[in-house]
Design a protein. Structure first.
Ligand code: DQA
Length: 149
């Protein structure tokens, strides 16, 4: 089977992982998480591109690029944009690629405003609450969905 191409997108403030509220988000840095994902991707037959931005429009531009560059699927932790961004939802619908919504924390145990997601009802899957393991679970889930298509 051909190598799968997967984009991993991280939203605002996730560049601060490791020092940002470690009791909520854990002690791994974003670089640690990306390195682990790239390794796992290799063993699962997937080539990963990773990208983080604190800017909504840059995340949207990156999604558009994935849509026009033969990517197979997306893993996205939209961070705070989960709860606010119709524009990210529209971009994901526009490129029409399967995506998994990921959160390090269990957003449903937290403030009420984090219970709302503009993406969940159009996601192929949602994983939350496992810390950095949420990302590896998401990658395994997405690869399995893509292989069984
Ligand atoms: C988060 C949860 C969001 O509510 C928050 O704004 C984040 C991170 C998570 O990974 O748990 O920045 O997406």
């Amino acid at each position: 089977m051909a190598q799968l191409k997967i984009l991993v997108l991280h939203g605002p403030n996730l560049n601060l992982l490791g020092t940002r509220e470690p009791e909520t988000y854990g002690s791994q840095t974003l670089a640690d998480i990306n390195a682990e994902l790239i390794d796992l991707g290799e063993s699962l037959g997937a080539e990963l591109s990773t990208y983080q931005s604190n800017h909504e429009g840059e995340l949207i531009d990156r999604l558009h690029l994935a849509g026009s560059n033969a990517f197979d699927g997306i893993i996205i932790n939209p961070a705070a944009y989960t709860h606010t961004s119709v524009a990210l939802r529209d971009a994901l619908l526009a490129i029409d690629l399967p995506f998994i919504e990921v959160h390090l924390s269990n957003v449903h145990q937290r403030e009420a405003f984090r219970h709302q997601s503009f993406l969940s009802d159009v996601a192929s899957g949602i994983i939350a609450g496992f810390g950095s393991t949420s990302y590896t679970l998401a990658l395994r889930g997405l690869v399995s969905q893509l292989q069984n298509k």
